[in-house]
Design a protein around this ligand. Sequence first.
Ligand SMILES: [Zn+2]
Length: 440
Amino acid sequence: MSSLLITNGRLVTLDEDNRFVEGGSVYIEDRTIVDVGDFAAAAYSPDRTIDADGRLVMPGLINAHHHLYSTFARGFRPPGPPARNFADNLRNLWWKLDSALESEDVYYSALLAVMDAARAGCTTIIDHHASPGCCDGSLDQVEQAFRDVGVSGCLCYEVSDRNIAGEGIEENERFIRKCQEADDTQISAMFGLHALMTLGTKTLERCAEIGQAPDIGFHVHAAEDAIDVQMTSERYGKGLMDRFLEFGIPGPKTIFVHGTHLEPQEMDLLHSTDSMLVSNPESNMNNGLRVSPVLDMLRHGVTVGIGTDGMSSHLISQARAMYLHQRTDHRDPTLAFAEACEILLQNNRAICNRLFDEPRGALIPGQLADIVIHDYVPFTPLNADTFYGHLLFGLSFSRVRTTIARGRVIVDDGYLPQLDEAAIRANCSERAAAIWARIH
Ligand SMILES: [Zn+2]
């Protein structure tokens, strides 16, 4: 059994009492937190001791919606005229890029992004994958990237009818069964769907039949842009959430992503079905979409989380974007600061804890040892009243010194010691050039 001790940290526990401990320690055995507080270091004989030297220590962050396959899009300009709207952007960029990925590209795109996430203090990622050129077995490639870095992942394949009717159904089914049979706690599975605008009735019926197995939720984009709402209304004469409800998609383990065009009664339906909604403000801004009504959703009792949607693997910047976006939209400097932080720290934890067996997201004995030491020594008071200010104005720009995921040090003084990063990056450069060449 391995053991690890962190000493001399400024602990932000995010526990029920929201404790802040000066000069605090955390003791870990295997992948579980055993002790937290101001106990004497001599109480334990760990394999390794990390002196945090006054730096801020907090639970690892959780990304509630990512697209790891988007990694090789960085700097890429799609062929043809620039996208004029959301649908153009899907057709011209994302559907060309994901179709150009080969099996090993899937592994490397996930690997680079998960490495970036670890270095930004993220220890759990809920991913939404697509690679139509190599659909079968692609989730195994993504899984391997998670195992090689050491971060926890909840994976799914985005089913759509855009190429072949029901593409991806079998991959979801296979991977869900694999996770259930493996009795593994690092990787879990959901049933992925793209969005109603690319899913016909027959496909939804098949997905509903398979995905409604016990303990499985759906992970699906909903009302990201008006076109999703409009196409559903024109084809089926229904609102989005009514259409989802027809197939039994909503529920406590289902994640709807975006919801920027949801009506108040649809927010009530999210609440009454105990479904989850993940907002992605930087992505919405990038696509020139409507500002997501996250404050309305919170008022309707919806469990709102936050993700990066492939824009980056940096979560604190998303929380910054969320509150700035809301204040700009409402022309109100009093709004959304605490809400954005609570969505990131509390709601993402609640979402994650519905999808994984091991509880995480707080420095409490018994929790999964997902812990981050930021290279950040606060120079103004750090307590329950000031922490969100430190989070959004300090930690958002500070480097992560140490990331511990599942009890293992995966980022050590800013580096990932278990991986040959130079070789990985060189390999990825070659792969990116080949992928881009296949699209042009
Ligand atoms: Zn997305």
